[in-house]
Ligand binder design. Structure first.
Ligand code: SAM
Length: 346
Protein backbone atom coordinates (compact mmCIF):
# COMPACT_ATOMS: atom_id res chain seq x y z
CA UNK A 1 0.00 0.00 0.00
CA UNK A 2 1.40 3.40 -0.99
CA UNK A 3 0.94 5.52 2.09
CA UNK A 4 2.85 8.08 4.06
CA UNK A 5 4.26 10.35 1.37
CA UNK A 6 5.04 13.79 2.81
CA UNK A 7 4.81 16.66 0.37
CA UNK A 8 5.50 20.27 1.14
CA UNK A 9 5.77 23.56 -0.71
CA UNK A 10 8.20 26.08 0.72
CA UNK A 11 7.69 29.67 -0.42
CA UNK A 12 8.68 33.23 0.35
CA UNK A 13 5.95 35.43 1.86
CA UNK A 14 3.61 36.54 -0.97
CA UNK A 15 5.31 34.34 -3.61
CA UNK A 16 3.07 34.62 -6.66
CA UNK A 17 3.99 31.12 -7.87
CA UNK A 18 3.17 29.32 -4.62
CA UNK A 19 -0.47 28.81 -5.56
CA UNK A 20 0.51 27.45 -8.98
CA UNK A 21 2.99 25.11 -7.29
CA UNK A 22 0.29 23.73 -4.99
CA UNK A 23 -2.10 23.27 -7.93
CA UNK A 24 0.53 21.52 -10.02
CA UNK A 25 1.48 19.22 -7.16
CA UNK A 26 -2.17 18.50 -6.39
CA UNK A 27 -2.79 17.57 -9.99
CA UNK A 28 0.23 15.25 -10.12
CA UNK A 29 -0.69 13.57 -6.82
CA UNK A 30 -4.23 12.96 -8.10
CA UNK A 31 -2.94 11.58 -11.39
CA UNK A 32 -0.58 9.08 -9.74
CA UNK A 33 -3.28 7.82 -7.39
CA UNK A 34 -2.48 9.85 -4.27
CA UNK A 35 -5.59 12.06 -4.00
CA UNK A 36 -5.59 11.83 -0.20
CA UNK A 37 -2.02 13.03 0.27
CA UNK A 38 -2.20 16.46 1.89
CA UNK A 39 0.09 19.26 0.75
CA UNK A 40 1.63 21.36 3.49
CA UNK A 41 2.84 24.86 2.72
CA UNK A 42 5.58 26.55 4.75
CA UNK A 43 6.59 30.20 4.56
CA UNK A 44 10.34 30.84 4.57
CA UNK A 45 10.60 34.30 6.05
CA UNK A 46 14.31 34.79 6.72
CA UNK A 47 17.78 33.58 5.82
CA UNK A 48 18.03 31.42 8.94
CA UNK A 49 14.88 29.54 7.94
CA UNK A 50 16.19 29.20 4.37
CA UNK A 51 19.43 27.69 5.62
CA UNK A 52 17.68 25.33 8.01
CA UNK A 53 15.39 24.07 5.25
CA UNK A 54 18.05 24.04 2.48
CA UNK A 55 15.73 26.43 0.61
CA UNK A 56 17.36 27.71 -2.61
CA UNK A 57 14.42 29.60 -4.11
CA UNK A 58 10.67 30.11 -4.10
CA UNK A 59 8.71 27.93 -4.59
CA UNK A 60 10.52 24.75 -3.55
CA UNK A 61 8.97 21.28 -3.59
CA UNK A 62 9.90 18.86 -0.83
CA UNK A 63 8.92 15.23 -1.28
CA UNK A 64 9.54 13.09 1.78
CA UNK A 65 11.75 15.93 3.02
CA UNK A 66 13.99 16.01 -0.08
CA UNK A 67 14.14 18.59 -2.87
CA UNK A 68 13.97 16.55 -6.11
CA UNK A 69 15.11 19.52 -8.20
CA UNK A 70 18.10 20.46 -6.10
CA UNK A 71 20.98 21.95 -8.10
CA UNK A 72 24.44 20.88 -6.94
CA UNK A 73 26.18 23.79 -5.20
CA UNK A 74 23.07 26.04 -4.99
CA UNK A 75 23.27 28.11 -1.80
CA UNK A 76 20.26 28.71 0.49
CA UNK A 77 18.74 32.06 -0.50
CA UNK A 78 15.63 34.21 -0.20
CA UNK A 79 15.15 34.31 -3.96
CA UNK A 80 12.75 33.36 -6.74
CA UNK A 81 13.45 29.97 -8.24
CA UNK A 82 13.75 29.03 -11.92
CA UNK A 83 13.36 25.48 -13.14
CA UNK A 84 14.95 24.22 -16.36
CA UNK A 85 12.20 22.73 -18.56
CA UNK A 86 12.54 19.64 -20.74
CA UNK A 87 13.16 21.86 -23.76
CA UNK A 88 15.92 23.85 -22.06
CA UNK A 89 13.97 27.04 -21.23
CA UNK A 90 13.59 28.32 -17.68
CA UNK A 91 10.21 28.45 -15.98
CA UNK A 92 8.93 29.47 -12.58
CA UNK A 93 7.58 25.97 -11.96
CA UNK A 94 8.98 22.57 -12.95
CA UNK A 95 7.50 20.75 -15.92
CA UNK A 96 4.46 18.71 -15.06
CA UNK A 97 6.25 15.57 -16.32
CA UNK A 98 9.36 16.24 -14.23
CA UNK A 99 7.31 16.68 -11.07
CA UNK A 100 5.29 13.59 -11.87
CA UNK A 101 8.49 11.63 -12.32
CA UNK A 102 9.83 12.93 -8.99
CA UNK A 103 6.64 11.87 -7.22
CA UNK A 104 6.71 8.45 -8.87
CA UNK A 105 10.35 8.00 -7.83
CA UNK A 106 9.50 8.93 -4.25
CA UNK A 107 6.76 6.32 -4.32
CA UNK A 108 9.48 3.77 -4.93
CA UNK A 109 8.89 3.30 -8.62
CA UNK A 110 11.72 3.23 -11.07
CA UNK A 111 10.14 5.63 -13.59
CA UNK A 112 11.47 3.59 -16.50
CA UNK A 113 9.71 0.53 -15.12
CA UNK A 114 6.39 2.38 -15.23
CA UNK A 115 6.67 4.33 -18.45
CA UNK A 116 9.60 5.67 -20.41
CA UNK A 117 10.05 9.48 -20.19
CA UNK A 118 8.59 9.78 -23.68
CA UNK A 119 5.56 7.66 -22.72
CA UNK A 120 5.26 9.63 -19.51
CA UNK A 121 5.18 12.89 -21.45
CA UNK A 122 2.71 11.43 -23.92
CA UNK A 123 0.31 10.17 -21.27
CA UNK A 124 0.53 13.41 -19.26
CA UNK A 125 -0.30 15.33 -22.46
CA UNK A 126 -3.28 13.10 -23.11
CA UNK A 127 -4.55 13.69 -19.58
CA UNK A 128 -4.15 17.44 -20.11
CA UNK A 129 -5.78 17.40 -23.56
CA UNK A 130 -8.74 15.40 -22.31
CA UNK A 131 -9.14 17.71 -19.33
CA UNK A 132 -9.04 20.69 -21.71
CA UNK A 133 -11.74 19.21 -23.94
CA UNK A 134 -13.94 18.80 -20.89
CA UNK A 135 -13.08 22.31 -19.73
CA UNK A 136 -14.11 23.88 -23.07
CA UNK A 137 -17.29 21.86 -23.11
CA UNK A 138 -18.24 23.08 -19.64
CA UNK A 139 -17.18 26.65 -20.42
CA UNK A 140 -19.42 26.87 -23.50
CA UNK A 141 -22.32 25.35 -21.56
CA UNK A 142 -21.86 27.83 -18.70
CA UNK A 143 -21.23 30.86 -20.96
CA UNK A 144 -23.15 30.51 -24.23
CA UNK A 145 -21.80 32.78 -27.00
CA UNK A 146 -18.87 33.67 -24.71
CA UNK A 147 -16.95 35.51 -27.44
CA UNK A 148 -20.01 37.52 -28.52
CA UNK A 149 -21.80 37.69 -31.85
CA UNK A 150 -19.46 40.04 -33.67
CA UNK A 151 -16.72 38.57 -35.87
CA UNK A 152 -13.15 38.84 -34.64
CA UNK A 153 -10.72 41.25 -36.33
CA UNK A 154 -8.72 38.36 -37.84
CA UNK A 155 -11.91 36.94 -39.41
CA UNK A 156 -12.68 40.27 -41.08
CA UNK A 157 -9.12 40.42 -42.38
CA UNK A 158 -9.26 36.77 -43.51
CA UNK A 159 -12.48 37.36 -45.46
CA UNK A 160 -10.70 40.08 -47.46
CA UNK A 161 -7.74 37.81 -48.20
CA UNK A 162 -10.00 34.91 -49.12
CA UNK A 163 -12.13 37.08 -51.45
CA UNK A 164 -9.01 38.38 -53.20
CA UNK A 165 -7.80 34.78 -53.63
CA UNK A 166 -11.24 33.88 -55.14
CA UNK A 167 -11.65 31.25 -52.43
CA UNK A 168 -15.03 29.57 -52.01
CA UNK A 169 -14.61 26.53 -49.74
CA UNK A 170 -13.30 27.48 -46.31
CA UNK A 171 -12.31 25.21 -43.46
CA UNK A 172 -12.44 26.86 -40.04
CA UNK A 173 -10.66 24.93 -37.28
CA UNK A 174 -11.47 25.48 -33.59
CA UNK A 175 -14.55 27.48 -34.57
CA UNK A 176 -16.07 27.42 -31.06
CA UNK A 177 -19.58 28.89 -30.94
CA UNK A 178 -19.11 30.33 -34.39
CA UNK A 179 -18.77 34.11 -34.23
CA UNK A 180 -16.39 33.88 -37.22
CA UNK A 181 -17.91 30.91 -39.08
CA UNK A 182 -21.30 32.65 -39.24
CA UNK A 183 -19.66 35.84 -40.46
CA UNK A 184 -17.66 34.01 -43.16
CA UNK A 185 -20.84 32.26 -44.31
CA UNK A 186 -22.55 35.67 -44.45
CA UNK A 187 -19.67 36.80 -46.68
CA UNK A 188 -20.71 34.12 -49.16
CA UNK A 189 -18.16 31.39 -48.37
CA UNK A 190 -19.03 27.71 -47.89
CA UNK A 191 -17.72 26.95 -44.42
CA UNK A 192 -16.84 23.66 -42.79
CA UNK A 193 -16.42 24.45 -39.09
CA UNK A 194 -14.69 22.04 -36.72
CA UNK A 195 -14.20 22.05 -32.97
CA UNK A 196 -13.61 19.49 -30.24
CA UNK A 197 -16.53 20.90 -28.25
CA UNK A 198 -19.98 19.66 -29.22
CA UNK A 199 -21.50 22.35 -26.98
CA UNK A 200 -19.71 25.09 -28.94
CA UNK A 201 -20.80 23.64 -32.27
CA UNK A 202 -24.42 23.34 -31.11
CA UNK A 203 -24.39 27.08 -30.43
CA UNK A 204 -22.74 27.65 -33.80
CA UNK A 205 -25.47 25.65 -35.52
CA UNK A 206 -28.18 27.65 -33.73
CA UNK A 207 -26.49 30.90 -34.79
CA UNK A 208 -26.49 29.83 -38.46
CA UNK A 209 -30.28 29.43 -38.20
CA UNK A 210 -30.71 32.89 -36.73
CA UNK A 211 -28.59 34.45 -39.48
CA UNK A 212 -30.14 32.39 -42.29
CA UNK A 213 -26.82 30.81 -43.39
CA UNK A 214 -27.39 27.20 -42.36
CA UNK A 215 -27.12 26.00 -45.96
CA UNK A 216 -23.56 27.36 -46.12
CA UNK A 217 -22.16 25.90 -42.89
CA UNK A 218 -21.36 22.31 -41.97
CA UNK A 219 -20.17 21.51 -38.46
CA UNK A 220 -17.80 18.65 -37.65
CA UNK A 221 -16.78 17.57 -34.14
CA UNK A 222 -13.06 17.03 -34.50
CA UNK A 223 -9.99 16.98 -32.29
CA UNK A 224 -7.14 18.67 -34.11
CA UNK A 225 -4.77 16.04 -32.73
CA UNK A 226 -6.37 13.63 -35.22
CA UNK A 227 -6.14 13.63 -39.03
CA UNK A 228 -8.66 15.94 -40.69
CA UNK A 229 -11.76 14.09 -41.95
CA UNK A 230 -11.51 15.71 -45.41
CA UNK A 231 -10.09 14.57 -48.75
CA UNK A 232 -6.79 15.86 -50.13
CA UNK A 233 -6.90 19.25 -51.88
CA UNK A 234 -10.57 19.83 -51.09
CA UNK A 235 -10.65 23.39 -49.64
CA UNK A 236 -9.43 26.77 -50.89
CA UNK A 237 -8.53 28.33 -47.55
CA UNK A 238 -8.14 27.41 -43.89
CA UNK A 239 -8.76 29.74 -40.97
CA UNK A 240 -8.02 29.03 -37.29
CA UNK A 241 -8.32 31.75 -34.66
CA UNK A 242 -6.59 30.71 -31.41
CA UNK A 243 -6.74 26.98 -32.03
CA UNK A 244 -3.12 26.02 -32.69
CA UNK A 245 -2.12 27.67 -29.40
CA UNK A 246 -4.33 25.33 -27.37
CA UNK A 247 -2.81 22.55 -25.21
CA UNK A 248 -1.05 20.91 -28.14
CA UNK A 249 2.56 19.75 -28.19
CA UNK A 250 4.89 21.13 -30.86
CA UNK A 251 4.72 17.72 -32.54
CA UNK A 252 0.91 17.81 -32.61
CA UNK A 253 0.96 21.38 -34.00
CA UNK A 254 3.35 20.35 -36.79
CA UNK A 255 1.14 17.36 -37.62
CA UNK A 256 -1.94 19.62 -37.71
CA UNK A 257 -0.29 22.04 -40.13
CA UNK A 258 0.78 19.05 -42.24
CA UNK A 259 -2.85 17.99 -42.37
CA UNK A 260 -3.95 21.52 -43.28
CA UNK A 261 -1.45 21.44 -46.16
CA UNK A 262 -2.90 18.13 -47.30
CA UNK A 263 -6.52 19.30 -47.47
CA UNK A 264 -5.72 22.68 -49.06
CA UNK A 265 -5.73 23.01 -52.82
CA UNK A 266 -2.40 24.03 -54.42
CA UNK A 267 -1.91 27.78 -53.89
CA UNK A 268 -4.34 27.65 -50.95
CA UNK A 269 -4.01 30.01 -48.03
CA UNK A 270 -3.86 29.38 -44.28
CA UNK A 271 -4.56 32.18 -41.82
CA UNK A 272 -4.10 31.30 -38.17
CA UNK A 273 -3.65 33.22 -34.95
CA UNK A 274 -1.77 32.21 -31.83
CA UNK A 275 -0.75 33.71 -28.50
CA UNK A 276 3.01 34.13 -28.37
CA UNK A 277 5.90 34.39 -25.94
CA UNK A 278 5.36 38.17 -25.59
CA UNK A 279 1.99 37.51 -23.87
CA UNK A 280 1.68 38.45 -20.20
CA UNK A 281 0.71 34.89 -19.28
CA UNK A 282 3.81 33.32 -20.83
CA UNK A 283 5.92 31.59 -18.15
CA UNK A 284 3.26 32.09 -15.48
CA UNK A 285 0.65 29.77 -14.00
CA UNK A 286 1.03 26.01 -14.18
CA UNK A 287 3.84 24.93 -16.49
CA UNK A 288 3.12 21.82 -18.57
CA UNK A 289 6.36 21.89 -20.59
CA UNK A 290 6.81 22.66 -24.31
CA UNK A 291 5.85 26.32 -23.65
CA UNK A 292 2.37 25.32 -22.45
CA UNK A 293 1.13 27.22 -19.39
CA UNK A 294 -2.24 26.97 -17.70
CA UNK A 295 -4.23 29.86 -16.24
CA UNK A 296 -7.68 29.65 -14.74
CA UNK A 297 -8.12 26.18 -16.20
CA UNK A 298 -7.17 27.20 -19.77
CA UNK A 299 -3.90 25.79 -21.11
CA UNK A 300 -2.13 27.71 -23.86
CA UNK A 301 0.89 26.87 -26.01
CA UNK A 302 2.75 30.18 -26.35
CA UNK A 303 4.37 30.30 -29.78
CA UNK A 304 7.97 31.26 -30.39
CA UNK A 305 8.90 32.91 -33.67
CA UNK A 306 11.01 29.83 -34.36
CA UNK A 307 7.91 27.63 -34.24
CA UNK A 308 6.06 29.96 -36.64
CA UNK A 309 8.99 29.77 -39.08
CA UNK A 310 9.18 25.98 -38.76
CA UNK A 311 5.48 25.65 -39.53
CA UNK A 312 5.98 27.61 -42.75
CA UNK A 313 8.57 25.17 -44.11
CA UNK A 314 7.47 24.29 -47.64
CA UNK A 315 4.96 27.21 -47.66
CA UNK A 316 5.36 30.89 -48.47
CA UNK A 317 5.20 32.86 -45.22
CA UNK A 318 3.32 36.00 -46.32
CA UNK A 319 2.78 37.83 -43.06
CA UNK A 320 3.27 37.64 -39.30
CA UNK A 321 1.13 40.41 -37.89
CA UNK A 322 1.10 41.24 -34.14
CA UNK A 323 -2.20 42.27 -32.59
CA UNK A 324 -4.04 42.24 -29.27
CA UNK A 325 -7.43 40.92 -28.26
CA UNK A 326 -9.51 40.97 -25.10
CA UNK A 327 -8.95 42.47 -21.72
CA UNK A 328 -5.57 41.10 -20.61
CA UNK A 329 -4.89 41.92 -23.45
CA UNK A 330 -3.94 38.64 -25.10
CA UNK A 331 -0.94 39.22 -27.37
CA UNK A 332 -1.22 37.34 -30.62
CA UNK A 333 0.25 36.90 -34.03
CA UNK A 334 -1.89 36.56 -37.13
CA UNK A 335 0.02 34.42 -39.59
CA UNK A 336 -0.72 34.12 -43.29
CA UNK A 337 1.01 31.45 -45.34
CA UNK A 338 0.27 29.97 -48.75
CA UNK A 339 0.98 26.67 -50.39
CA UNK A 340 2.94 26.60 -53.63
CA UNK A 341 0.70 26.48 -56.73
CA UNK A 342 2.32 23.24 -57.74
CA UNK A 343 2.86 20.46 -55.23
CA UNK A 344 6.56 19.76 -54.68
CA UNK A 345 7.67 16.88 -56.87
CA UNK A 346 4.80 17.30 -59.38
C1 SAM B 1 -9.72 30.26 -27.72
S1 SAM B 1 -11.10 29.35 -28.34
C2 SAM B 1 -11.35 30.14 -29.90
C3 SAM B 1 -12.70 29.85 -30.49
C4 SAM B 1 -12.99 30.57 -31.80
N1 SAM B 1 -11.95 30.36 -32.79
C5 SAM B 1 -13.19 32.04 -31.57
O1 SAM B 1 -12.18 32.78 -31.69
O2 SAM B 1 -14.29 32.44 -31.23
C6 SAM B 1 -10.31 27.82 -28.76
C7 SAM B 1 -11.22 26.78 -29.35
O3 SAM B 1 -10.44 25.62 -29.65
C8 SAM B 1 -11.19 24.47 -29.28
N2 SAM B 1 -10.22 23.40 -29.01
C9 SAM B 1 -9.38 23.26 -27.97
N3 SAM B 1 -8.63 22.17 -28.10
C10 SAM B 1 -9.00 21.60 -29.27
C11 SAM B 1 -8.58 20.44 -29.96
N4 SAM B 1 -7.65 19.63 -29.46
N5 SAM B 1 -9.16 20.15 -31.16
C12 SAM B 1 -10.12 20.97 -31.66
N6 SAM B 1 -10.57 22.07 -31.04
C13 SAM B 1 -10.01 22.38 -29.86
C14 SAM B 1 -11.99 24.88 -28.06
O4 SAM B 1 -13.11 24.07 -27.88
C15 SAM B 1 -12.33 26.31 -28.42
O5 SAM B 1 -13.55 26.38 -29.12
Amino acid sequence: MLVGMRVEILALPGCCNAEGAVKLLRRVLDEVGLPDTAITTRVIADQAAAELAGFTGSPTFLINGADPFTEPGAAPALACRLYPTALGALARLPDHDQLRQAVLSARGYEPAAVESPRQLRGSARRVLADAQRQHWQETYRAHPQMYGEQPSAPAIHAAGVFHRASARDILELGAGHGRDAVYLAGEGFIVQATDVSAAGLEQLHAATHQRGVTHRVRTIIHDIRNPLPLPDASVDAVYAHMLLCMALSSTEIRAAVGEIGRVLRPGGVLIYTVRHTGDAHYCTGIAHGDDIFEHGGFAVHFFTRQLVDDLATGWTLNDVHPFEEGELPRRLWRITQTLPRQRLGT
